[in-house]
Design a protein around this ligand. Structure first.
Ligand code: GTS
Length: 229
């Protein structure tokens, strides 16, 4: 075994994309196994690798971890991206990450929605980004004045917020126009060497989900994954 974390998921963003982002930001190389068939997924269940019969699955430091938040907290803690004390973790980093997760979750589920729900929900998501989430992070940056959301160094909260900003900008490129501090934040964090590398073409960052990705996930999980958000 190479010692590199091994990520098992579909060949697309989904819940695993934030894990890819965080490992990349920490400068950690990782391997990926892509699920292409239902048999592969059933075998993971049979082998006892999926505690709740769900992916993401990350093989790291001799552990087979499931549950995205648990995986992300472990990586953040291991690589000094999780604040300097309990207060920084709970009051700030966990809180900010939960906010960006709520925003990202709405976008992640969009491709699995029925066409009419998709049409209705996209403007609502952008409206929420502009009126709820981005004003909150703009305020934090204004009050904190350190260039980062928490403390004076990069944390999981910054990496997660940048991922969320880029996801929303793919849907509405003007979304940051009213948020000057977030614009500066985006430029600064995007230019940190490990993150800059991850943003280059050819990295393990995944593209926006297309119909093929949605069909593969649905074939493997055999679920009618229609969400009504
Ligand atoms: N809370 C879990 C996490 O965050 O890891 C949820 C994981 C989850 O629902 N995974 C889906 C799954 O394996 C795949 S996806 O939503 O990430 O595309 N579902 C199978 C099932 O039977 O629930």
């Amino acid at each position: 075994m190479s010692g590199k974390p091994k990520l098992t998921y579909f060949n697309g963003r989904g819940r695993m994309e934030s894990v890819r982002w965080l490992l990349a930001a920490a400068g950690v190389e990782f391997e990926e196994v892509f699920l292409e068939t239902r048999e592969q997924y059933l075998k993971l269940i049979q082998d006892g690798d999926l505690l709740f019969d769900q992916v993401p699955l990350v093989d790291i430091d001799g552990m087979k971890m499931v549950q995205t938040r648990a995986i992300l907290s472990y990586i953040a803690g291991k690589h000094n991206l999780y604040g300097k004390d309990l207060k920084e973790r709970a009051l700030y980093i966990d809180t900010y990450v939960e906010g960006t997760m709520d925003l990202m979750q709405m976008i992640l589920t969009l491709p699995f929605s029925l066409p009419e729900a998709k049409e209705k929900n996209l403007p609502l998501i952008i409206e929420k980004a502009k009126n709820r989430y981005f004003p909150a992070y703009e305020k934090v940056l204004k009050q904190h004045c350190q260039g980062f959301l928490v403390g004076n160094q990069l944390s999981w909260a910054d990496v997660h917020l940048l991922e969320a900003i880029l996801m929303v900008e793919e849907k509405d490129p003007t979304v940051l126009s009213e948020f000057p501090l977030l614009q500066g934040f985006k430029t600064r964090i995007s230019n940190m060497p490990t993150i800059k590398k991850f943003l280059q073409p050819g990295s393990q960052r995944k593209p926006q989900p297309d119909d093929k990705y949605v069909a593969t996930v649905m074939k493997i999980l055999k679920e009618a994954m229609y969400y009504s958000i």
